[in-house]
Write a protein that binds this ligand. Structure first.
Ligand code: GLU
Length: 478
């Protein structure tokens, strides 16, 4: 029988989506799409001290913004509701009761201070810092007494230290963990709430998750979770532990690195298409064509031969390159819609310009933009006449002649077409290169030698404004 593929993205609502989370969500989504599977969003909010985004609003919004849609989860529903762990406590309690009935758990009354002290001692003795099982040795009377005194306790899982567990990981291959190297891990906290390791396992089991794609930082948790799957006699999912994303120096990407938080990338004007494209191809082998749509990525990625145990580096320059390609690629109306918030903030008067004209300007400039924010400086010429200085003309040794031609041009022309035609004729007559004249004119219009064509610039600025700027150029003292 063909396996029904089910994947999940299981973020904790700590208030910030970062590149690592996004890459995890993306790989889950791409994998589920390629294999005709189901992609679930589950919010892991069991740790109330770290719930900075209680309804997971930001996570949901960010996933929407990225276009990473899920088939089951909050707001969408599905056969395994609820999709917030904080609402699934009874299910964890049921699972805990089953383990209790099988005598696989024991109460631990050790305080965190005691545990910390013992840990430090073990580390000093160069021993693995495992829980020493002191509470496993308590006899029933001692337990009774502690309970009577209302001593806080947690439930620990009694790992069978004789055994090992083996998992299958798409990038690491088969991994065997000797359980004697692991502590009897906690299933509950002192306040009675359930731990990440346990709730995460229960949900993966109950939600029939077949593939767990998550960050490599969870690899060691997998040993304990595999032991739980065995205890419940449920099949283990296939894992894919994704390498952590590093900066260009090879250090784990941190808050200090640009690009760490999605919010920063959004504000800087990166497109979701470019982000997803970039995050899909880093660390994923080499591709003939790097700029790919989501559908192309689904086809291009080879999940059967993954070689991603190496470093995955986030290079902001390459990201900017990718964004530039995508800015040129999205439809004109999209580029307009997405640029407007940046432009309005910088130029409130932009409301007076027709959408059509604005779009026309953006189309002209788009290949020079690395981010949407770049539209602000790129479009400045429209609102501000350039400030001229002598240095701008250092390239020219014939400004006097260019000036004469320009004066004639201004006298004769009434629109962009006649301007260009006359310019061509006059440069021929005066034996001047047209490129020189246009470079000179461009400085007068927008302050740079290179840039959009003169025809386009006059179209955008209008012939009157263009002439006004060029008169200033003529009167400038080079
Ligand atoms: N809540 C965990 C995290 O945000 C999820 C780990 C997992 O995907 O299993 O890291």
């Amino acid at each position: 029988m063909k396996q029904i593929i089910r994947l999940r993205f299981a973020p904790s609502p700590t208030g910030m989506m970062h590149l690592g989370n996004i890459r995890t969500a993306l790989m889950n989504r791409l994998f589920s799409k390629q294999k005709n599977g189901t992609f679930v969003l589950r919010i892991e909010d069991t740790d109330s001290a770290r719930n900075f985004d209680p309804q997971a609003k930001e996570i949901i919004e960010d996933l929407h913004w990225l276009g990473l849609f899920y088939d089951e989860g909050p707001e969408v529903g599905g056969p395994y509701t609820p999709y917030f762990q904080s609402q699934r406590t009874n299910l964890y309690q049921d699972a805990l009761n089953k383990l209790l009935a099988n005598n696989l758990l024991y109460r631990c009354f050790c305080t965190s201070e005691e545990l910390e002290k013992r840990r430090a001692r073990q580390i000093a003795l160069k021993k693995p810092p495992r829980y020493d099982r002191s509470c496993l040795m308590l006899n029933p009377e001692e337990i009774e007494e502690l309970l009577n005194k209302k001593t806080t306790f947690i439930w620990r899982y009694k790992l069978d230290q004789e055994k090992s567990v083996t998992i299958n990981d798409l990038s690491h291959g088969t991994i065997t963990f000797e359980l004697k190297n692991f502590s009897d891990f906690p299933l509950t906290r002192g306040d009675g709430s359930f731990t990440f390791i346990f709730a995460n396992f229960v949900d993966d089991m109950l939600m029939k998750i077949t593939h767990v794609i998550r960050g490599e930082d969870h690899l060691t948790n997998t040993a304990c979770q595999a032991a739980l799957f065995e205890a419940f006699k449920e099949p283990l999912p296939t894992f894919w532990h994704l390498p952590m994303i590093c900066n260009v120096e090879g250090k784990k990407l941190s808050k200090r690195d640009f690009g760490f938080s999605l919010r920063d990338l959004k504000i800087a004007g990166f497109l979701p298409e470019a982000l997803l494209n970039y995050l899909s191809i880093i660390g994923g082998g080499s591709f003939k064509e790097e700029v790919m749509s989501f559908d192309e990525l689904i086809k291009a990625l080879n999940f059967d031969h993954i070689s991603t145990t190496g470093q995955v580096k986030f290079d902001p320059e390459k990201m900017r390159w990718m964004n530039n390609k995508w800015i040129a690629r999205i439809p004109a109306d999209e580029l307009l819609k997405r640029s407007i918030p940046y432009l309005i903030e910088a130029y409130p008067q932009i409301n007076n310009i027709s959408q059509e004209r604005l779009s026309q300007i953006l189309q002209l400039l788009k290949t020079d933009l690395s981010t949407l924010k770049d539209t602000v400086s790129a479009i400045r010429f429209y609102f501000e006449q350039p400030t001229l200085n002598k240095e701008l003309f250092s390239h020219f040794d014939n400004t006097a002649k260019l000036n004469v031609i320009l004066s004639k041009l201004l006298d004769k022309t009434t629109d962009s077409q006649s301007f260009i035609d006359s310019a061509k004729r006059l440069t021929k007559e005066h034996e001047i290169k047209i490129k020189d004249l246009f470079g000179f004119i461009r400085i007068g219009l927008i302050g740079t030698i290179e840039g959009p064509s003169i025809n386009d610039l006059i179209e955008i600025l209008g012939i009157d404004e263009s002439k006004r700027r060029l008169r200033t150029l003529i009167n400038f003292n080079y």
